[in-house]
Design a protein around this ligand. Structure first.
Ligand SMILES: NC(=O)c1ccc[n+]([C@@H]2O[C@H](COP(=O)([O-])OP(=O)(O)OC[C@H]3O[C@@H](n4cnc5c(N)ncnc54)[C@H](OP(=O)(O)O)[C@@H]3O)[C@@H](O)[C@H]2O)c1
Length: 235
């Protein structure tokens, strides 16, 4: 049975992805940085809870040890992410962003992906069909963000898009380094979750579709790509 870890799966897109992959027959390790929130979500879905904070080396190492002892891992979904808004929910624009704010976003969205991937690489390398899905964003696309008169162009924040563009680069470089794995970045689309105070126009069912699809890609499937539900996206 395919064993799958999803980071940040106690709610939002990660939770919905867990639900769908369990229905598809995966054994899902539901990653949550908070044990209580994670336990409630895991019980609801029939997933196995793994307490995992992607910004914490010890937490990630402990999660890898637990899953290794349980028999290994086939699919890693790096889903945990933050946008880094102001306390009243506003997007932090270019004039306001500081290096510290940017570091906080990168700590989760970028270094978290590297920390978790690095820790689970030995397990994935032992899988017969290893897969990594990095949950990126449409805001990662330099082409889209620089094309006037698009919603993506209008986004004023700096840290979040920069972090997701970095996720795309990390995806490409990992994919080249591990050609035996399928490693892709995905853009779920603008989805109503806590991340954006539920302003997204898609449901989590719609948003999770590309994550679920790329988690199930076979050994002949693409690697090193950047996809949404319609297909490949421009970098
Ligand atoms: N929603 C969208 O429109 C959209 C569009 C494109 C891409 N995305 C990406 O999709 C992914 C999921 O976001 P979402 O929309 O589902 O947001 P969400 O509902 O806010 O869920 C984010 C998840 O990440 C977890 N998380 C945050 N920091 C973490 C950490 N340090 N360690 C472990 N888990 C952590 C959160 O846990 P807590 O509950 O403990 O905070 C939560 O489970 C993110 O990578 C996001 O950038 C979202």
């Amino acid at each position: 049975m395919t064993k799958t870890l999803i980071t940040g799966a106690n709610k939002g897109l990660g939770f919905e992805t867990a639900r769908r992959l369990i229905a598809a027959g995966h054994t899902v390790y539901l990653g949550s940085r908070d044990a209580d929130r994670g336990r409630r979500a895991a019980e609801q879905l029939g997933a196995r809870l793994v307490v995992l904070d992607v910004t914490d080396d010890a937490s990630v190492a402990a999660a890898a040890k637990t899953i290794e002892a349980d028999g290994g891992l086939d699919v890693l979904i790096n889903n945990a992410g933050i946008e880094g808004r102001t306390p009243d929910g506003g997007v932090i624009g270019a004039a306001e962003v500081t290096a510290d704010m940017m570091r906080e976003v990168f700590e989760t969205n970028v270094f978290g992906v590297v920390r978790v991937t690095h820790a689970f690489l030995p397990l994935l390398r032992r899988s017969a069909a290893p897969v990594v899905v990095n949950v990126s964003s449409g805001l990662a696309s330099l082409e889209r963000v620089s094309t006037p008169d698009t919603p993506t162009h209008g986004y004023p924040g700096l840290a979040y898009p920069a972090s997701k563009t970095t996720v795309n680069m990390v995806t490409v470089q990992y994919a080249k380094a591990f050609p035996e794995m399928r490693i892709n970045a995905v853009e779920p689309g603008y989805t109503a979750t806590d991340l954006n105070a539920h302003t997204g126009h898609q449901t989590v069912e719609e948003g999770a579709e590309i994550i679920v699809r790329m988690a199930q890609v076979g050994p002949d499937g693409p690697t090193g790509g950047y996809f949404d539900i319609e297909g490949r996206l421009p970098w």
